[in-house]
Write a protein that binds this ligand. Structure first.
Ligand code: 0O2
Ligand code: 0O2
Length: 223
């Protein structure tokens, strides 16, 4: 594909990611406005680059004309949660949506990957409205706790450095840190009620003209 063809090919994916980010952030907002614990901590999204698409297609022997059906994560959304229980609440919310259809689910929490990776993956079919009409595209939504995200982010950068061929020592340490992250999630779940009560008290006491900007208030507890 030449540059302009790539631009046209990726445009609906860019649109889907932008729309979904707005929709999912609005779920968070609705929970907050109703003074309820929000299962969504923050949302990020990205569209794969041309290079990354071509590389993955080559590694999987996917023909160029099948890229949009066989590569499910050209558009990717990531939802971060505080607790493992929140992940399953988010998955339920996604299943009940009327504006897209869940077509695949992969539970890498119950069935962690050999690398130690944990996350819940949902692939949806999302209709994008274009001037040429409606186009259904696939979007991969990864739902994970903050601890799972911390581990995956670090492992991803190491993977980039070592191209998956980790020295034995790093491999062992990564396995250990994956278990430590999981243990952290388990321990947090055990004191979930206490944490949520504290967070609820914080949000009630926070003055409306707090000096902190809205952006930093989004994810962190207020000062
Ligand atoms: P990116 O954009 O760099 O994150 P697979 O056959 O397992 O590779 P498949 O069938 O495409 O993958 O789907 P899967 O496993 O549900 O999702 C793949 C994506 O999940 C990856 O995207 C990662 O984002 C994430 N992921 C899966 N396994 C791991 C892992 O061991 N470590 C980390 N850090 N992330 C993982 P990409 O293609 O790597 O792209
Ligand atoms: P906003 O401005 O409403 O989106 P973009 O839409 O381009 O700004 P992008 O590039 O998809 O966002 O993702 P980005 O910038 O990585 O992060 C999206 C949101 O997640 C931003 O919040 C970030 O502040 C928030 N975020 C990213 N990493 C973390 C983190 O480690 N912890 C917490 N708590 N939040 C994080 P907004 O204000 O919704 O951005």
């Amino acid at each position: 594909m030449i540059e302009n063809e790539w631009k046209l090919f990726l445009a609906p994916y860019e649109q889907a990611v932008s729309e979904l980010k707005v929709k999912l952030k609005s779920i968070r907002q609705q929970y907050k406005e109703n003074n309820l614990h929000t299962p969504i901590e923050f949302v990020t999204g990205r569209v794969k680059t041309e290079d990354s698409i071509m590389l993955k297609a080559k590694l999987r022997s996917i023909e160029p004309e099948r890229i949009d059906t066989d590569l499910q994560d050209i558009a990717g959304i990531r939802i971060m949660c505080q607790f493992v229980e929140d992940i399953y609440e988010v998955v339920d919310l996604l299943r009940r949506r009327k504006d897209f259809k869940v077509i695949h689910e992969r539970d890498y929490i119950e069935n962690k990957k050999a690398s130690g990776y944990r996350s819940y993956h949902v692939v949806i079919q999302y209709p994008v409205q274009l001037i040429s009409g409606e186009k259904n595209i696939l979007v991969e939504i990864q739902i994970r706790t903050l601890a799972m995200n911390f581990w995956a982010t670090i492992e991803h950068s190491l993977n980039y450095k070592y191209q998956g061929e980790f020295p034995e020592e790093i491999n062992t340490r990564l396995e250990k840190t994956a278990e430590a992250a999981f243990l952290l999630d388990e321990e947090m779940s055990k004191i979930r009620d206490e944490i949520q009560e504290a967070q609820h008290m914080f949000s009630y006491r926070r003055p409306k003209n707090s000096l902190r900007s809205n952006k930093s208030e989004e994810g962190d507890p207020p000062l």
